[in-house]
Design a protein. Structure first.
Length: 575
């Protein structure tokens, strides 16, 4: 009997039913990287508790066009079943993770993750100065080695990178190029070296930019003299090439130049012809009667007043309205009723009324929504529509349907109304509307600011923004960043609308300035802060050029003298 028992024990010791299935999920921190820069891979093991923690995991890689994986790293999962690897692949390929079989825990192979690897292109020098008509010798090294491959020297022209020279790499994967500037070049000319992909191993890569500073001519020295030792940033550009730069990468407070950024983001998001719709809505409307309350739903039109309520009343009568059994109510929804931002000082609210979704007469009253409802009630009654109860305001209920609507002026007109007098209230209303459109309702000052900040970041500018009007002393921009955005605006379908929306000399906030100078620019003023950014027409070049001037720590009169002097030089000098 004992013999028989011993005979069957090996058969039932580890039955297949007791095996613990495992699985693994692989994720990477980025779908692409540059040679030498690690990518973080995270592996998550799942299964029974005994098969999660302490599992040996092997990270494997295979090159594009091959089928065999090779191990590149190995580690064990933590108690939660997670392990991370930092690996810098040399070539483009695919990764997977393999959990080794352990006891009753089965082997598991993860999903595959593709990672493209760009070549690393290094150049020297990193910066250079050259007289007009001369060249700077550039040394190029490409990693991983690409002997015999071609590299391109590119120059930034008309807002795009243009190849000006092609040279082969030697056996050590090194090459040379000559970055030449012409006699007509001014300011900073930007070059880079590009390795276009010539095999399946790596993706196209390019070097950091090589700024070549061209020695300044007389007009540039005049601007230097106007600035002196004062705290002033200046950036001037034409078609993406800098003509003049002075401390233009230094972060400074933009004041109302912030409205220029709001205008660009708004035009790009909505388009110049976009109109903001204000609606009248109710839960029940039949046989000409609103059975409950009639709601006014604002969406951020900053120019709503008595005339607009008259137009909305006409639209309601045209829709057949004869009686409102309840009240006319101004909705306080769609925007939060917030009225502050980081960096606003104690008197900021004196310069901007509360920005609401339903505005009325610039929101001079404490409850603009109720003021709008009162105005519409009166307009309806004048047209023979009976309104049973007194007007009010509040959050409209779900399920209301539009009966009639009116539209704002086109976005390009709203922006001109905001930019030319530097209207803070309109800026914060439009900013909240932008934030609600991109990030979802309710619109807030913070959402508007973060939407503008994200928009400029997508275009290469690293700013810190906290409002839409520029009242915040915590806002930070750079003159170079503003000029880069203005340069990009030239290529946009809305670029001309932006320029036309800005005040010209003798207009708006430039009423007493630059009257004889062809300029389109946005001013900015806070205590000890003055800014001016936009376009000025260069007589010598016959074209508009972009500029940004950011002054700090100066009296307004001193700053204005400097700003206007620079703009006049840019207009009249032989650039």
């Amino acid at each position: 009997m004992l013999v028989a028992l011993a005979t069957i024990l090996p058969i039932v010791a580890v039955p297949a039913a007791l095996a613990d299935p495992s699985s693994a999920v692989l994720a990477s921190s980025a779908p692409a990287t540059s040679y030498g820069r690690p990518v973080t891979f995270s592996v998550t093991a799942t299964g029974s508790p005994v098969c999660v923690g302490g599992r040996s995991v092997e990270l494997q890689w295979r090159a594009t066009g091959t089928s065999a994986f090779a191990a590149v790293a190995q580690a064990a999962t933590d108690p939660a079943g997670v392990v991370s690897f930092a690996h810098a692949p040399a070539h483009t390929g695919r990764f997977r993770a393999v959990l080794a079989e352990a006891g009753s825990c089965t082997e598991a192979v993860s999903n595959e993750v593709a990672v493209r690897v760009r070549v690393l292109v290094e150049i020297s020098p990193a910066t250079a100065t050259a007289a007009a008509g001369s060249c700077v010798d550039v040394t190029v090294v490409v990693s991983p080695p690409k002997p015999g491959h071609d590299v391109e020297l590119q120059r930034r022209l008309d807002g795009a990178w243009t190849s000006v020279e092609t040279n082969p790499l030697n056996g050590d994967s090194r090459g040379r190029a000559a970055a030449c500037v012409g006699w007509e070049d001014r300011g900073t000319v930007r070059f880079r070296v590009r390795w276009p992909s010539q095999d399946a191993l790596n993706a196209t890569g390019w070097s950091a930019r090589l700024p070549v500073e061209v020695e300044r001519p007389a007009w540039a020295r005049e601007i230097d003299k106007a600035i002196g030792r004062r705290t002033v940033s200046v950036s001037v550009s034409e078609d993406g090439s800098f003509l003049y730069r002075a401390a233009d990468e230094t972060p400074r407070t933009p004041a109302s130049n912030e409205k220029l950024l709001l205008a660009m983001a708004s035009l790009d998001t909505f388009g110049p012809a976009y109109r903001i719709v204000t609606r009248a809505a109710a839960a029940t409307f039949s046989d000409g009667v609103v059975r409950g309350d009639l709601w006014i739903l604002g969406r951020g039109d900053p120019i709503v007043g008595r005339a607009a309520m008259g137009r909305l009343a006409d639209a309601l009568v045209a829709a057949g309205l004869r009686r409102v059994a309840g009240r006319v109510m101004g909705s306080t929804a769609y925007f939060d009723r917030d009225w502050n931002a980081p960096g606003w000082n104690g008197v900021a609210r004196r310069y901007v009324n509360r920005p609401t979704a339903l505005t009325f007469e610039g929101n001079g009253a404490a409850n603009p929504e109720r003021e709008a409802a009162t105005a519409l009630s009166r307009q309806l009654e004048r047209r023979g529509v009976r309104v049973t109860k007194a007007p009010g305001s509040g959050r409209h209920p779900n399920g209301v349907n539009a009966i009639a609507s009116i539209e704002s002026k086109p976005m390009r007109v709203l922006l001109a109304r905001m930019l030319r007098p530097s209207w803070n209230f309109a800026a914060e209303v439009l900013g909240k509307g932008l934030g609600a459109e991109v990030r979802g309702a309710p619109g807030t000052i913070a959402k508007g600011a973060s939407t503008i900040q994200a928009w400029v970041a997508e275009r290469g500018a690293s700013f810190s923004l906290f409002d839409s009007s520029g009242l915040s002393y915590s806002n930070r921009v750079t003159a170079a960043g503003i000029v880069e955005l203005l340069t990009q605006a030239e290529d946009e379908v809305w670029g001309r609308a932006l320029r036309r929306a800005l005040p010209t000399g003798g207009q708006g906030t430039l009423e007493r300035r630059l009257r004889a100078t062809p300029v389109r620019a946005k001013t900015g003023s806070l205590s000890r802060v003055s800014t001016l950014s936009g376009w000025v027409f260069s007589a010598s070049r016959g074209s508009w050029i972009e500029f940004s001037i950011l002054c700090a720590g100066l009296s307004k009169s001193t700053a204005v003298t400097i700003e206007d002097r620079i703009v006049r030089i840019l207009h009249s000098a032989p650039l």
